[in-house]
Design a protein around this ligand. Sequence first.
Ligand code: CND
Ligand code: ZN
Length: 366
Amino acid sequence: MRAAVLVDSNEALQVRDVALDNPGPKEVSVKMAAAGVCHSDWHVMQGDLPVPLPAILGHEGAGIVEQVGKDVFGIRPGDHVVLSWIPSCGHCFYCLKGRPDMCDEAFNIQLSGSLPGNAMRLHWDQGPLYHYLGTSCFAEQTVVPDTGVIPIDPSIPLNKAALVGCAVTTGFGAVVHTAQVGVGDSVSVIGCGGVGLNVIQAAHLAGADPIIAIDANGNKKDLAKKFGATHFVDASQTDDLITPVLDLTQGRGSDFAFEVIGRTETIEAAYGMVRKAGMAVIVGVAPPHLDVSLNAFSFPSQSKILTGSWYGQSVPAVDIPRILGLYQRGKLNLDDLVSQSYALEDINEAFRELTQGTVARGVIEF
Ligand code: CND
Ligand code: ZN
């Protein structure tokens, strides 16, 4: 089968022939239909997120089940599925605490580049070939843990469903689970890419107002407004992102701010633009060696909540069908998210357009 391999950081992806084993007892093989192009993969390609290489990237995908292992129940060949990049184990401390987003086993497979139990199902002629986030869906086929496939209604187009594998669930969950935004709350969102647009549309669905979208690419203004932003700040025109938010919130700052880029300056700005006792939610993934600088006195005196959100703090088996139901009933917009489709062979072009900020979300279609 063909797959996009990252051999080393700061290199282009190589579309190559690779081999795939049959699924193990608790694994599922999936014929991929579509895979979204997320900035997290670009961070890996830039060397900003250390994962074992060479690997097949891609963590936002949907497809059709081909084979299931002998101990898999409830999933059958032919099922349409969305992949989850946190295949939570169900029995670690965090899963039992109701926080599968923090699952220890899922973190371990992310670090080891394997499937649970150190299983390696990918092979090529150049030595080891690692899995990525338990998904590796920039490939015609993949093998994933059974906990990482979520069956969906087969009438939903798989190129739309694929985006619910990361961008939509991450943005939606940051608003609905982590922040719990309410009607009339003011929200600012720094970064209007595939994930940030979903923060905006979930905030809109939750009844937030105003919704202040901020992006350094002025082209994102129309998109942000289409997804529910009430105001847009062009960050290429100012270094001061805080004053425009104060101006739109009676001088207080917004109730919630979401950072959806992964830069230290914008993380500091998100904290700064939130009102006293408001909440800043960091969704963007910064390189692990970076630190932010925040005023120490402000912690007690302003009592802001600063937190992160990983995969939208979601329970994928619950939230992915929930989000797709909202799509089917016309409440969430997935159609305008898929702004560009590419063949697997053109995947480096898809990443180039991601970094230029010209797309809402690019999707590889197989
Ligand atoms: P994408 O590249 O689509 O969007 C980023 C947006 O930020 C673009 O619109 C840029 O124009 C804008 N931008 C970049 N720099 C600046 C700046 N200095 N000031 C203002 N705007 C700027 O990225 P994405 O939406 O795919 O991903 C966004 C981040 O979210 C990225 O760090 C990714 O790794 C992370 C993420 C997090 C999670 C999670 O679970 N927390 C899941 N998936 C992705
Ligand atoms: Zn992602």
